[in-house]
Design a protein around this ligand. Sequence first.
Ligand SMILES: [Zn+2]
Length: 228
Amino acid sequence: MATARNEDWSYTGKTGPNYWSSINKKYALCSTGKQQSPVNIDQAIKKSLPLGINYHNDLFKIEKSQYTVKFIPVNHSNSINLNGSHYTLLQFHFHTPSEHTINGKQSDLEIHFINENNKKSIITIGVLVDSGRLNKEFQKILNANPVDEDFERKVVKINLQSFIPYTSKKFSYTGSFTTPPCTEGIKWIVFNKPIQFSEEQIHSYQNYFEPNSRPVQPLNDRDLFESW
Ligand SMILES: [Zn+2]
């Protein structure tokens, strides 16, 4: 990975998730926080979630970090609506294996779509990925070749609709970023039904990127909600 930036935290050993808060005072919430993510999702309370997802075909710039790759919209045309508030997509990225688990089951990958409104409040949409059918849009990302020196100068055109399981039930809860500084107050919406990438696609991705999933965190006294 040619241009990866070095973080002071990691996913294994003495700078792994259990030690994040001791690396830097700014990361204190990673251990003192009571609303941390990811979580295991099992029992949930039914509640309506007036969510509209306006994702479509768009151009994305590629920005590589040490443990993942971010896709940043060139335009600001991908957005979501929740309770009448408009949130613009800031970036999406991948984790492998998944960070959220459903009834204790981990998926092969998880996609995070970070959306922000004009009050700087953030909704992250989580989509789990299991092995199955080939996904043509994900193939465009693999074809951009993350080990290529020019990877970060490339712009890819991706239709995000093929990453959203529109007919799936959704879970929601209040949590945090899953990487330091583990900032809280993040609204999470996680789709119950995984989408599919082919086994070969998942293996290709895992060849490019090391595991980057934080273990599930205690729910404490938070409620999990489910909706269609
Ligand atoms: Zn993430």
